[in-house]
Design a protein around this ligand. Structure first.
Ligand SMILES: [Zn+2]
Length: 402
């Protein structure tokens, strides 16, 4: 990029330079890059303001008086480190005397980051009273201050998520691509719209595989023994009704409470489909409709059972972005890859006290599941799905209390 102004959440610019990337900036799938918002402490509107009409005030979309989230604004490369709001101009990515900064962010990245934070809050034992947008600003500002305190200056100080660094899955941002002088058509997937993903449903449907009979046998194994009381005595049909109202985490807790319940509440096709479609299992995929799937599948086949568990496994964040899982990941749209990339950046970095990148493989380790609350209230990139997938067999066969 010919500029040092970038979105710290994804590493992408706020305007595309055709001569650099060799792509058409007018394409619909790239327009999300032009939807920029400013996130700052409200007090920074005074300290980082360059010019203004007297007494100008802007609408605040954060829902909080102390944190400011702007309306849509735009930027071009000739604007350098200035963004215009109404009639005022502001310095971005610079720290004022109070230690606050103004971060230009893509609206899409804000949405993904807030969803990741909310997902973590739902999974965490810690009560969090601040909204996700406030948590996001506080985290960005703390990380910026930590970078500055460690001696980082200029662009390096604002590379909060170490997006210039390489990773085991290849470059994590266009910033890393730039450093590698990697110009050959590698940019497109980093610029693919991570929110409005064309053909997401058909692509996922195409990767759904028939359920093998062996899987069926394991799922239907019956471990019940002895007398049954209370919930254990309920018929499976009623338990299924209860299960349909619960989150995946609550269902896991219920299964853990009794060996009988563990055998009656199966990790079957319906469980995986329902939890995948309601966003409980893989929170980075929130835009699937179970009814749409059911309709399409009914049109294709009446009798076929499908392996939704396998599909959920392949749709995990790290599996979508990892080349290790080729060719499965190649069938998913570039926008989903980009969404998983951004989700992974935020989730991984927030596990580290300094906000720096940690091992990308760490979120599939059992130790992470039990780590609980670390210094910065870690964001579980897909902690719940990890629990489900890695330990489902263990829960099925380990003796449980009850
Ligand atoms: Zn962004």
């Amino acid at each position: 990029m010919d500029t040092n102004i970038f979105c710290v959440l994804c590493g992408c610019p706020f305007a595309l330079e055709h001569h650099v990337y060799g792509i058409d900036p007018h394409k619909n799938e790239y327009q999300w890059l032009y939807d920029a918002r400013l996130l700052s402490a409200t007090s920074a509107l005074l300290t980082l303001r360059m010019t203004t009409r007297s007494g100008e005030k802007h609408r605040n979309f954060s829902g909080n008086d102390e944190i400011f989230l702007s309306q849509r604004t735009c930027w071009s490369i000739t604007d350098a480190d200035c963004f215009q709001l109404d009639e005022s101009f502001y310095h971005v990515l610079t720290v004022d005397e109070a230690g606050d900064a103004m971060f230009p962010l893509h609206q899409s990245c804000i949405t993904i980051a807030c969803r990741a934070i909310e997902s973590h809050t739902a999974d965490s034992a810690i009560e969090e009273s601040d909204s996700s947008i406030i948590q996001l600003y506080n985290f960005l500002n703390r990380s910026l201050q930590a970078n500055s305190a460690s001696g980082a200056t200029g662009v390096a100080a604002y590379d909060i998520f170490s997006l210039r660094n390489p990773s085991s899955n290849g470059p994590r941002s266009v910033l890393a691509l730039d450093d590698l002088s990697w110009w050959s058509g590698a940019y497109e997937k980093f610029f693919a719209d991570p929110l409005e993903i064309p053909n997401l449903l058909p692509a996922i449907l195409n990767s759904l595989q028939p359920l093998s009979s062996e899987t069926d046998e394991v799922q239907s194994a019956d471990l019940t023994n002895g007398s049954q009381y209370g919930l254990e005595a309920l018929p499976i049909e009623l338990l299924d009704q209860i299960e349909s109202q619960l989150s995946a985490r609550s269902i896991l807790s219920l299964r853990q409470s009794s060996r009988t319940l563990a055998s009656k509440i199966a990790f079957d096709e319906r469980f995986w489909r329902r939890q995948l479609c309601n966003g409980s299992l893989l929170p980075h995929i929130w835009d699937l409709e179970e009814d749409q799937f059911r309709h399409l599948l009914q049109a294709a086949s009446h009798a076929q059972a499908w392996d939704w568990g396998n599909l959920a496994e392949r749709l995990r964040v790290n599996h979508v972005i990892s080349s290790q899982y080729y060719p499965y990941t190649e069938v998913f749209p570039a926008g989903l890859w980009n969404r998983c990339r951004i989700w992974n950046i935020i989730g991984n970095a927030c596990r580290s006290p300094c906000g720096h990148q940690v091992s990308e493989e760490s979120d599939v380790q059992q130790s992470d599941i039990h780590r609980g609350n670390s210094y910065l209230k870690p964001l579980a990139t897909f902690g719940l799905s990890t629990i489900l997938i890695l330990t489902s067999a263990w829960w099925d066969w380990t003796p449980l209390a009850g």
